[in-house]
Design a protein around this ligand. Structure first.
Ligand SMILES: Nc1ncnc2c1ncn2[C@@H]1O[C@H](COP(=O)(O)OP(=O)(O)O)[C@@H](O)[C@H]1O
Ligand SMILES: [Mg+2]
Length: 338
């Protein structure tokens, strides 16, 4: 890898920004902290960086690549026309340029964006996942009896806990059907109902291509949330600061998990990463039951890189500072073309 690279930092944008737009104002906001910190880090590392925001047109990306010929693309774009499932299509275009780019492949994104497909592959590799059933829109409900209750009913292809609330956990068939209908009719998504896995929730960040490393575990701590309520990371539990304060919800480093179980969880997550043929970096959402059974709840391709989010914090705990992390991701982008 050259020491001074021409880098295109490709980001999501919720408005049409012309090529060459500097995003100075937007980068002041907390929501843009990943983009801001990555840009600063890449510049501090001595690279020549241009930034491009994707909104609802692909032409600016084609023009930018043809005219500017970047050595590598740092891919932070996963939304197009407001839809997150287009993340795989963005990566597919990057693939056609034959220019190295950071993060997941189109196949990784396609598989991980479908909570049923990723589970089918993992269970083929004998990695434990919750039993599940998919409910597609415009199809008759069948086989509901096969599902063990309680269940968590979620959109099949969403992220960031969108569409997940306490009402997502159902313990009878009527409530299950109701929640599936809610997802079909109000959110416009297919639905998945998964067996509810009771236990502690951890996030395991993984980095690497051929040699992969599992970073220290982080935990979603449910604080004062009543024991008899489903303890799940709903949309509110993740993003509503008032609600998090009220119930003392915290995302934190893991303190009281045995080294053996920690290693076991990291090994399962590394196996899952390999089984899904993931690359560069990913984060696994897992649950460990009171009798120490490890379930993968969700593999995340291209997880959030905000400095205060799970991935960067786990890296920090392993003494991988943010600039080291960015540099590592760049190196991994090149490594795959070896
Ligand atoms: N099968 C399950 N058993 C227990 N909790 C679950 C299950 N599925 C989801 N959850 C809870 O819901 C949260 C969000 O679900 P997840 O599948 O990770 O969706 P998202 O892509 O929105 O993050 C999880 O972090 C977990 O707390
Ligand atoms: Mg998740």
């Amino acid at each position: 890898m050259k020491s001074k690279l021409k880098i295109l930092l490709l980001i999501d944008c919720n408005f049409e920004a012309k090529r060459g737009y500097d995003f100075k104002e937007e980068l002041k906001h907390d929501d843009w902290s990943a983009e801001k910190t990555i840009l600063k880090t890449l510049k501090d590392l001595g690279h020549n960086v241009s930034i491009l925001g994707l909104y609802n047109k692909i032409e600016p990306l084609l023009e930018e690549v043809v005219e500017n010929k970047p050595d590598v693309i740092f891919n932070q774009a996963d939304v197009f026309k407001g839809e997150t499932h287009f993340d795989k299509n963005i990566a597919s275009i990057l693939e056609l340029f034959e220019i190295p780019y950071t993060g997941a492949s189109p196949a990784n994104l396609m598989i991980c964006n479908n909570k049923a497909l990723s589970k089918k592959i993992l269970s083929y590799h004998r990695i434990k996942v919750p039993q599940f059933y998919t409910f597609y829109k415009n199809r008759k409900f069948k086989h509901i009896k096969k599902l063990k209750l309680p269940c968590v009913v979620k959109p099949l292809s969403e992220e960031a806990s969108r569409g997940i609330s306490q009402a997502s956990v159902v313990d009878n068939e009527t409530a299950l059907i109701e929640r599936v209908k809610f997802i079909h009719e109000n959110l416009g998504h297919d639905a998945i109902a998964e067996e509810y896995i009771d236990g502690r929730e951890f996030y395991v960040s993984i980095i690497g291509n051929k040699r992969i490393q599992a970073l220290p575990l982080r935990e979603m701590y449910f604080g004062d949330m009543p024991e008899d309520e489903p303890r799940i990371a709903t949309y509110k539990a993740k993003w509503d600061e008032k609600y998090r304060k009220k119930w003392k919800l915290l995302n934190r480093s893991v303190t009281n998990l045995s080294p053996e179980l920690t290693k076991k969880a990291q090994d399962v997550c590394k196996r899952a990463y390999k089984a899904l043929n993931m690359r560069c970096y990913a984060r696994m959402d897992i649950r460990i039951t009171p009798d120490d059974i490890i379930y993968i709840i969700e593999p995340n391709a291209n997880p959030n890189l905000q400095p205060l989010d799970e991935f960067a914090r786990a890296a920090g705990k392993a003494n991988i500072t943010y600039d080291k992390l960015v540099n590592k991701l760049l190196k991994l982008a090149f490594q795959r073309n070896d």
